[in-house]
Design a protein around this ligand. Sequence first.
Ligand SMILES: Nc1ncnc2c1ncn2[C@@H]1O[C@H](COP(=O)(O)OP(=O)(O)O)[C@@H](O)[C@H]1O
Ligand SMILES: [Mg+2]
Length: 471
Amino acid sequence: MSNRQRVHDYWWNHKLRQNQKMLIDAVLSHRWVAVLGARQRGKTTSVGYAAGALAQGAEWTAQDGRRIHLPPDDVQLASQTLKHAKDFVSRSSRILSTFNVGLSANTADQNVFDVRLGSTERIMLSTGRKVQAHAGNPETIQGLSGHVFADEIASNKHDSEAIFQQGVSVASGAPHRRFVMVGNSSYKGDWWWNFWHGSGPIPGDERQTWEQRRSKFLMLKLDIWSEFPDRILPPDLREIREILGPKAWARWYECAFADSHGRAIPDELIIRTGMVGTVTPPNAPIVISIDPGLNRNPTGVVVARVGSWGLDVLRAEYWYGPTANDSPTAEGWVRAQMAQIDGYVNQYSPDHIVVDYSNLAARLGDALEEVYGDMMVAKTPTTRDRTQRRWGALLSMLTDGRLSIPEECQDLRDDLGRFEIDESGSASRKILEAGTLILPESPAPNGSHVLHCDIGAALLQCSDYVWSDVG
Ligand SMILES: Nc1ncnc2c1ncn2[C@@H]1O[C@H](COP(=O)(O)OP(=O)(O)O)[C@@H](O)[C@H]1O
Ligand SMILES: [Mg+2]
């Protein structure tokens, strides 16, 4: 048995989960594949595995018994951002290195950055074949060739139809080349939803229907039950289900597309926050805003300069604390956060510290008040009315170009992209209006925490200070 076969057998029998093997088999045995999968259950990892197999070439026996010959070939991965591209390449090389395929180049020094194309991270195999991950714009893969994967297609900031068309064309050079789209459930009515459930003509080309397009694809739905067909969840997932609640659980783990709510903030407005420059005068007050988290809910922290209807974000971070299963106590976590905040107080000399205050999250607020005094610390419970008032202020700053967020605060941008509006009572979303804001829960990228748009919530708290005129 070859070394490669041995390594493959080990992965197949000991490391890969059932849902991951279904994904890999689908990719190796079908030309056009769409995968709808649960969060954090190993989609990107299996895409990395499949990418390695395609780059090395494969003789594959499909689940249905067909023998498939795949010559070694280049693989292009369309990723959301440079961060995602780097992450993909580092994971993919970790998998490939177990095959001992002589990675001759790696991401550290060979990283290509092209201002026109965006960025590329790549792995070279000794055979000369490459696995490349491209950040951002779908045009980055135009003109290249090879197999194409679009990871998290539903949450890429660019037009899904454009990614689809680029992917199909780039993979069109030879009949063995794959085009694979991978994503979570998104919103009823968006492109990805239409790809799965839409019917009738495709916008932009009335001569093709969604049904016709879909019929060419292997449509693979890998919800959480594909991994646990006996419907018995391990304890960590039972806990996630409990804190997410039925609706968010159905959305993220059972791949149910979300209904009724639409995106609250369009991407154009979020992108604009990176282009407006500084919007507040240097003497405007500095606010440290904290949405404390407990257990699996992280703390959201924003430092901002605020006033005269403008807001400059200086810093925005998620702080992941211990989960119920970890040893450090809640006391220890409060102390650790206090030390971190103390550092920021020294660095930024804030005029205000605003902190959400509720029965569940009173500990941190009380500790802050004890140290910095009630002149500086505002312990403000997050009521529905207050959230609406803050949301109205935030939306008007966004539409007026009076909110600036530095490039590196991507987590905050992501949170803003998750904000939802309850559309009941509003017939049209053509006009942006401050409808009822909803901060949906979603599983954190680390797989062990649940986000509640916590830095987005911390940003909303900063809106309390935009009214003050600072000349
Ligand atoms: N078979 C596996 N066994 C254990 N951990 C895994 C396995 N596959 C993936 N993981 C880990 O689970 C996490 C989520 O995997 P990822 O591939 O990013 O999931 P997804 O893309 O579906 O959100 C990562 O930390 C990854 O390393
Ligand atoms: Mg992923």
